[in-house]
Design a protein around this ligand. Structure first.
Ligand SMILES: [Zn+2]
Ligand SMILES: [Zn+2]
Length: 347
């Protein structure tokens, strides 16, 4: 008869395995952070990197606030928002942590709703998403829709559910990269579905700001994807203001920027009678780039294939037939993605 391991023995083995996994993950997060640090240097312009979507023990997250703080620092994230589901009590634990801020992510019927820096607890009525978003906006300076197509591994949103996003016109923000239950890499079929949904919304003339949020329920998930904001101060107030202008990018690793007629991401380029508008772009990843694409009015307009170069700069003459928006996306050598916020065209 096989010997049954004593309880202490089992616990010891579990603890040892747990610490091996932890140290592997910490190394991975550290490697990612080193890459991000180099990418930021190559990019040359200051950006603030935030994770707008994480969970802690104040809801169904595994980690304490201190653990998420440490994980954020290890992963190279400037500000981690603890957006617990039905709690704002984490706010007290965060008050004196400069690299953290708070928010909330309650379920609201057809979708979840993300709030940053809300002053009071938000309890959705769950009757319709537009009313709940309107209410959330009275409580928080920034509101967004998490995982708009569902989340890994098996929560697939129906078409009907996705369609409710059209009621949020004329403008809102949503995740195009969500890291739910993912460690190491975030972009999956749910994010591909979110990006497809995004192009449909944009092509219908709705302004949709893209976010990357780890949705980490364990500290090792932090850093798997994030949102970058160019040229802002690293504090929650400045970040939230900047997010409302739509000037940001969602990413797993590359950094990028686009400009048109001197205007940044999120801006509207006015009709100026010229036949063609010139879009300038710059994409950087210290690990190397594989592919960069320009998407306008729902279609891919240009693809640049690279051979692991770390920087791509270029210009694209936007035809007069493009009426609604232009955006840029990049893929690194290891398939990590980045998505610029669109530049909107005034027709
Ligand atoms: Zn959760
Ligand atoms: Zn979440």
């Amino acid at each position: 008869m096989a010997a049954v391991p004593r309880k202490e023995k089992v616990e010891e083995l579990e603890a040892r395995r747990h610490s091996t996994v932890q140290s592997w993950l910490a190394t991975h997060q550290g490697d990612q952070a080193a890459r991000l640090r180099q990418t930021r240097e190559l990019f040359g312009k200051p950006v603030v990197i935030i994770d707008p979507h994480t969970h802690s023990e104040y809801s169904d997250g595994r980690a304490t606030i201190a653990m998420n703080r440490d994980a954020g620092i290890t992963a190279g994230i400037d500000i981690v928002f603890a957006t617990d589901h039905a709690s704002l009590n984490q706010k007290r634990a965060i008050r004196n942590i400069p690299t953290m801020s708070w928010g909330q992510e309650p379920g609201a019927g057809s979708h979840h709703i993300g709030l940053l820096c809300n002053t009071r607890l938000f309890v959705p009525r769950k009757e319709n998403i537009a009313d709940d978003v309107a209410k959330a906006r009275t409580l928080a300076p920034f509101v967004w829709i998490p995982h708009p197509a569902g989340w890994y591994p098996s929560t697939v949103y129906s078409e009907e559910k996705k369609e409710t996003l059209w009621t949020l016109a004329p403008a809102f923000a949503m995740e195009v990269i969500n890291g739910a239950h993912r460690i190491g890499t975030a972009f999956d079929q749910f994010d591909a579905a979110a990006v497809a949904l995004w192009d449909r919304l944009l092509d219908d003339g709705i302004r949709v700001t893209p976010l990357g949020g780890s949705d980490a329920h364990v500290p090792e998930g932090i850093g798997v994807c994030w949102t970058a904001l160019p040229g802002v101060e690293a504090n929650a107030e400045a970040v939230v203001q900047s997010l409302n202008t739509g000037c940001c990018l969602a990413s797993e690793a590359p950094l990028l920027a686009i400009h048109m007629d001197g205007q940044p991401m999120g801006a509207t380029v006015p009709a100026n009678g010229r036949k063609r508008r010139i879009m300038q772009y710059r994409v950087v990843d210290a690990a190397g780039l594989q592919c960069v694409r320009i998407i306008a009015d729902g279609r891919v307009r240009k693809t640049v294939y690279l051979r692991d170069e770390t920087i791509l700069e270029g210009e694209w003459a936007c035809p007069a037939s493009i009426k609604r928006y232009v955006r840029l996306e990049a893929r690194a050598v290891d398939n990590r993605r980045a998505f610029s916020a669109p530049i909107y065209l005034e027709s």
